[in-house]
Design a protein around this ligand. Structure first.
Ligand code: PLP
Length: 361
């Protein structure tokens, strides 16, 4: 039987297993403490963020970021229509209105002109989503936000290991959000973090994620808070992966290069320009006309793939109408090929041969 190649699987190794066993024998309580502090410090050093606060998920990171900026009912937040739904949901959970903007066809990130044209007197923030590690002109976006007194939040859930002009994604805005779900380059099963640009924002997020306690371990609360704390068991896994972040990034980049080299001449496949020095691709994305046909062809040969997100405004949970031509064009064509860092070179060759077989049968 031919070996199935999944679209994605996480990369856990012996190091994580040994570290977990050692942690469990250490008498640690599991709840966030020294391991979480260590993991946060590693993320802070790697991204060069002012501070880093770990939390339960990327979604929780986004919610905390919005609450930390006092964004709520009556406010509007601009988000791209092409993103994972958590970006938009976080705004709704904060009680604010999600205003969708189209994306630009070069990066599939928020179209800056489009976003700025959507600003009203109620707009408080813009969320830039660096889809697949690619970013838009963040210098321009940050400047435009400053001029209009808007908060810039970066949803960098897919972007650990990716940079814009040498500066890590998630550190350009007031706050940046990371995710460690199983698809991510560093995966703790679930988890997330907020990169904060000031000590005040970091302190507020720490408080918000711990029931609004005035101090850790003290049952005095001067604000409403969540329980969005991380935990030391998952941090133990994250620490081991952060120790090998460069290897993980290199593997992702090598797989991306291999796909590109082997498929670049196939008519009918469209690629987004990617500066592979700056970007660590999260998923290996291509844009094709007959996506469903290609997916069925891959599936019949044991190869997984996944369509890119539908436009968020059209999701049943939102049910909005609107004109987002770029999002719509790329949503119906975008396809994620097998993208696990555990793929072997032979796996990638097999995927490429199968894709070629679809076009040149
Ligand atoms: C762009 C983006 N934002 C937010 C999230 C939510 O992160 P989490 O699954 O950790 O809640 C994801 C998850 O894939 C994502 O890709």
């Amino acid at each position: 039987m031919v070996k199935p190649i999944p679209q994605m699987e996480p990369w856990y190794g012996e190091e994580e297993a040994e570290a977990l066993a050692a942690y469990m024998r250490s008498g640690g309580w599991g709840t966030e403490f020294r391991q979480t502090e260590h993991f946060e410090a590693m993320l802070r050093v790697f991204t060069e963020a002012q501070d880093c606060v770990a939390t339960t998920s990327g979604t929780a990171a986004l919610i905390l970021a919005l609450f930390a900026c006092d964004i709520g009912p009556g406010d509007e937040v601009i988000v791209p229509d092409l993103t994972m739904i958590a970006t938009a949901n976080a705004v709704r959970f904060a009680g604010a209105k999600t205003v969708f903007a189209d994306v630009d066809p070069e990066t599939l990130n928020l179209d800056i002109d489009n976003a700025m044209a959507s600003v009203t007197t109620r707009t408080r923030a813009i969320i830039h989503v660096s889809l697949n590690g690619r970013s838009n002109d963040l210098v321009r976006l940050a400047e435009a936000c400053r001029e209009r007194c808007l908060i810039l939040i970066e949803d960098a859930a897919q972007s650990l290991g990716s940079f814009h002009s040498g500066r890590h994604l998630g550190t350009w805005g007031d706050l940046g959000c990371l995710s460690f779900s199983p698809h991510k380059i560093v995966s703790t099963g679930q988890g997330g973090a907020v990169l904060a640009s000031t000590p005040e924002l970091a302190a507020k997020i720490r408080k918000l994620k711990d029931f609004g306690r005035v101090k850790p371990g003290v049952d005095v609360h001067d604000m409403l808070g969540f329980n969005f704390k991380f935990n030391d068991i998952l941090a133990t896994v994250g620490i081991e992966q952060m120790r090998r972040i460069e290897t993980r990034m290199e593997r992702k980049k090598a797989i991306w290069r291999q796909y590109r080299e082997q498929l670049v001449d196939v008519d009918g496949l469209h690629w987004l320009d990617t500066d592979i020095e700056q970007v660590t691709p999260w998923f290996m994305d291509i844009y094709v006309e007959n996506r469903e046909g290609l997916m069925a062809h891959l599936k019949s040969r044991g190869i997984g793939s996944r369509p890119i997100y539908p436009p968020i405004h059209s999701q049943p949970a939102y049910g909005l109408s609107g004109d987002f031509p770029v999002t719509e064009r790329f949503s119906t064509r975008g396809l994620w090929l097998p993208s696990s860092p555990r793929l072997t070179d032979e796996d990638v060759v097999r995927v490429c041969d199968t894709v070629r077989g679809f076009y040149y049968a």
